[in-house]
Design a binder for this molecule. Structure first.
Ligand SMILES: *[C@@H]1O[C@H](CO)[C@@H](O)[C@H](O)[C@H]1NC(C)=O
Length: 363
């Protein structure tokens, strides 16, 4: 009798503890389950037709190089390359990008909002620091898109789509100023998706068709942590009357190893917190305020772990396991030129520089 009572008391306590743990961590549990089974229920998205990419430093990109890629040299002499960038807060990456692409790009289009995708007010970093980009001023067209607190029924994805529509409008209004025979190659990407200058030179010289995705080396937090060649959303398009700015799949073709995607590459810890709250996938936070603890974030960056404390999204088990334990790189070869030329200033982006500043940027 006594032992049964004891058993029931124990079972009751066990149930309470279990219910408590599940209720505290239900989002993480759900996510861990869906990530761990992702290779089963989800096929890898993205373009399938990979164009092999040939390049070595100093290569003169001409018709012969075009043919190596299965293309022909463009006949029209009037090509303009327009780099259309959705900007959030990464001033350092923007500076590296503009310097990398300046020799091969005719105009930069930069759009930023005064709200995050989740509708929280956000500093307009580019507008506030425009003098830092004075060297490129003549080439830059900038538009500030007003953002608002989320309305009921609206999600972060609508805010993001709104910014892309604004970019389409800006690009269309500019196309009319070009010579009618001009072929405009538009690079569509977020500020942290940086094509290599030689890639853009190749796309400028060779007729790659209507549109092509750019496969980028995907780094996490800095160029110290390489996740793999997993990034494909950036793309280049020959602009036509029906073109619009997008970040989804628009072609089956993708040029391999075309540049760098540095995700969550911020100089300061407060930027991580802002980004985690403002990211389109902010539901990942799901009430777990402890995920926003600066010390935990710093630790995560130095160890190359997932910032949300969850399994990374991966599409097959091999990727999944390799991503769970990223090995720090000890090489900084093959990175953007301006980054290496200014290695001391951009130390936080390079191997061995995981320590982040704890004051907000520009305060
Ligand atoms: C952004 O700017 C617009 C126009 O100036 C303003 O109405 C809006 O409230 C601002 N949004 C935020 C989130 O501060």
């Amino acid at each position: 009798m006594r032992s049964r009572l004891f058993f029931f008391a124990f079972a009751l306590l066990f149930t309470f503890v279990l219910v408590y743990l599940v209720s505290q961590n239900h989002y993480q549990i759900k996510n861990a389950l869906s990530s761990a089974t992702r290779p089963i229920w989800d096929k890898a998205e993205g373009p399938k037709n990979l164009v092999k990419h040939y390049y070595s430093e100093g290569l003169d990109i001409n018709d012969q190089v075009c043919q190596l890629h299965g293309w022909r040299e463009r006949k029209s002499g009037k090509v303009k390359v327009l780099d259309a960038i959705l900007f959030s807060t990464e001033l350092d990456l923007l500076e590296i990008r503009l310097n990398e692409l300046n020799p091969v790009v005719d105009r930069f289009y930069i759009i930023e909002s005064n709200a995050t995708f989740t509708g929280l007010p956000k500093e307009t970093s580019f507008a506030l620091h425009r003098e830092r980009f004075a060297k490129f001023d003549k080439k830059i067209s900038y538009r500030l898109v007003p953002g608002y607190p989320l309305e009921a029924g609206h999600g972060p994805f609508e805010q993001e789509a709104g910014m892309r529509d604004q970019m389409t409008t800006l690009l269309r209004s500019h196309m009319t100023e070009f010579h009618p025979e001009t072929e405009s190659v538009v690079i569509m990407s977020d500020v942290d998706e940086i094509p290599a200058a030689h890639t853009i030179e190749l796309l400028r010289t060779c007729d790659f068709g209507q549109s092509i995705h750019l496969q980028l080396r995907n780094y996490l937090y800095s160029f110290e942590w390489l996740v793999g060649l997993t990034s494909w959303r950036a793309s280049a398009h020959v602009w036509g009357p029906d073109s619009f700015y997008r970040h989804a799949q628009s072609s089956e073709t993708v040029l391999s190893d075309a540049g760098w995607h540095c995700s969550y590459c911020f100089r300061t810890l407060p930027e991580y917190i802002t980004k985690m709250q403002g990211f389109s996938h902010a539901d990942r936070i799901a009430g777990r305020i402890d995920l926003l603890e600066p010390k935990r974030i710093q630790d995560t960056i130095c160890k190359g772990k997932d910032i949300f404390g969850m399994l990374p999204e991966a599409y097959n088990y091999l990727d999944l396991f390799s991503q769970m334990s990223l090995e720090p790189l000890t090489t900084a070869v093959g990175l953007p030129l301006f980054l290496i030329e200014n290695a001391e200033r951009f130390k936080f982006l390079l191997p061995g520089g995981c320590q982040r500043e704890s004051i907000p940027p520009h305060s």
